[in-house]
Design a protein around this ligand. Structure first.
Ligand SMILES: [Zn+2]
Length: 79
């Protein structure tokens, strides 16, 4: 389920971020253990630090968010 629009979609249509060992990473294969956040393609533009902070109970910087987005876009476009 997408964390923003709450739409129920298959995992293929969702992007997953996960907190693992205190680090938030983009989980392209959706196999990493840990607390996860799912978001659909339509809502990618609505990703923000507040959302991450709420879901992961942490504080991430804008730079970190931008890095995560870049990794996500790279993964998406190289598929
Ligand atoms: Zn969505």
């Amino acid at each position: 389920m997408c964390v923003v629009c709450k739409q129920r979609l298959s995992q293929k249509q969702l992007f997953r971020f996960v907190k693992n060992s205190g680090q938030i990473i983009f989980d392209s294969r959706q196999k990493i253990q840990g607390r996860g956040l799912y978001i659909c393609q339509d809502c990618i533009n609505k990703l923000n630090t507040k959302l991450f902070n709420r879901v992961f109970k942490t504080t991430i910087s804008d730079e970190k968010l931008e890095t995560l987005k870049e990794v996500m876009i790279d993964t998406k476009t190289t598929k």
